[in-house]
Ligand binder design. Structure first.
Ligand code: HAM
Length: 423
């Protein structure tokens, strides 16, 4: 047997039913906020990501040469692609541009629960500005997507990368070293950072100030100690707008650094505390990338939700909903009725019901057993005698109750019994 590659997964119909439900709910929120969907290629020239996405992402990329000797990467994230699309084709459109996407991403990571080599993101990018209003709009969209997916237990943390960056750069002149320090802060690996500071004779006092800032969390009052007045004012205004948008359970966390290198201002993350090590279900912030890709300088703010982690968090919070793939299953009582069964199933499908018909030429009793085992709600039994009266038997597979209904109205009768129109 051939196994699937490490770090990838297959999803069966019951899984996909749940995933699509959550995804549909989140897409619906994006549309309500005026975001339109875009789709970009699954692979890009690797340069798109090596330019600014940051060393940790580049180390994890799937890169290969194609037959034309071009260096190609499977996308590790989708933000860079969206900004490339903006620069290539949309830069003349009136701003702000509100774009969202759903797609698979690839990172060569050490697979574990919640960390995969192929995973799925739903993300949004607001292109045009980075003022408190745009940041609030994006955070509020993110929070409402997570709420719409059905998750209740999650924590939103908002910070500002500029505060940490300027502190780190104030004492670490070598940009490569500063970059390493920021990656260590992102991973909260202060032992390694201490060793690096010692090895490079960097100030212990700076080390203490960085670690203190990295641990600074709380309400807006923690901003009072922030020296960067612009960042302080930005976050305060942002929090006021969020409150007016009904997004109140938000914490300031000045230790958020993010694993990607392109952020310039506000940064935010959402965690699902019930998940273990991989509890971050969303990451985002404001950034500039367009100039780097040959376009005008435009500020953007965006985020990406890890759909796989949202699903794991939902599993931890609630029972999986019952998956009933079929409303009805048409069972002919004898061979002579098989063809007629197709006319009946076809009518039900055209009415929007999820309906199936026996294709295995089973006996009636085996068909009823099959219908019960796959979770069909109603069996529609088509017998010769009933058909002579132009009726069929409707059997409720939960209660076993049966009734005769006119063959021409079986779809309407089922719709009424199911208490809904098209599923
Ligand atoms: P990111 O933090 O690298 O940000 O990824 C966003 C989310 O994708 C994470 O919070 C996590 O839930 C999920 N994720 C990341 N790696 C994996 C993995 N190996 N397995 C499963 N889930 C994973 C970005 O990708 C940015 N593009 C977000 C952004 C958009 N910033 C601005 N705009």
């Amino acid at each position: 047997m051939i196994q699937r590659p490490r770090g990838t997964r297959d999803f069966g119909p019951a899984d996909m039913f749940r995933r699509r439900k959550a995804e549909r709910a989140m897409r619906d929120i994006c549309h309500r906020y005026g975001f339109g969907e875009v789709v970009t290629p699954t692979f890009e020239q690797s340069e798109l990501f090596t330019l600014r996405s940051g060393q940790s992402i580049v180390d994890e990329m799937y890169v290969f040469k194609d037959k034309g000797d071009r260096e190609i990467a499977l996308r590790p994230e989708i933000t860079a692609s969206v900004i490339r699309l903006f620069v290539n084709e949309m830069s003349n459109q009136p701003k702000p541009l509100k774009l969202y996407y759903v797609g698979n991403c690839f990172r060569y990571e050490n697979p574990q629960s919640g960390r995969y080599r192929e995973f799925f993101q739903l993300g949004a990018e607001l292109i045009g500005n980075e003022n408190p209003e745009t940041d609030a709009e994006v955070i509020s969209l993110a929070v409402n997507c997570i709420r719409a997916a059905g998750l209740q237990d999650f924590q939103v943390r908002v910070g500002h990368i500029g505060v940490m960056k300027s502190l780190a750069l104030s004492g670490v002149q070598d940009p490569a070293l500063a970059g390493r320090a920021l990656r260590m802060i992102d991973k909260k690996d202060f032992d390694a950072m201490g060793d690096m500071f010692d090895a490079n004779s960097l100030s212990r006092n700076l080390f203490d100030r960085i670690t203190a800032l990295a641990e600074t969390r709380g309400g807006t009052e923690v901003l009072d100690d922030v020296e960067d007045v612009k960042a302080q004012q930005h976050l305060k205004e942002l929090f006021e707008i969020l409150k007016l948008q009904g997004v109140e359970d938000v914490e300031i966390d000045l230790g958020i650094v993010r694993g990607l290198d392109y952020y310039t201002g506000m940064v935010f993350e959402i965690d699902a505390p019930r998940l273990g090590a991989e509890k971050q279900i969303l990451g985002g912030g404001s950034y500039t990338l367009s100039e780097l890709f040959g376009g005008e300088a435009v500020f953007s703010t965006g985020f990406a939700i890890g759909i796989d982690r949202v699903m794991l968090a939902l599993d931890a919070e609630q029972e999986a909903p019952e998956y009933a793939p079929l409303d009805a299953y048409v069972v002919p009582t004898e061979d002579a009725m098989r063809k007629y069964a197709f006319a009946i199933v076809s009518k039900m499908r055209s009415k929007g019901l999820r309906a199936d018909v026996d294709l295995m030429r089973r006996s009636m009793s085996k068909n009823l057993k099959y219908a019960a085992s796959v979770g069909v709600r109603y069996a529609v039994i088509v017998g010769k005698e009933e058909m002579s009266k132009r009726s069929v038997t409707l059997r409720d597979m939960k209660t076993g109750e049966q009734k005769q209904v006119p063959a021409d109205f079986v779809a309407e009768e089922l719709e009424n019994s199911l208490g809904k129109g098209a599923p």
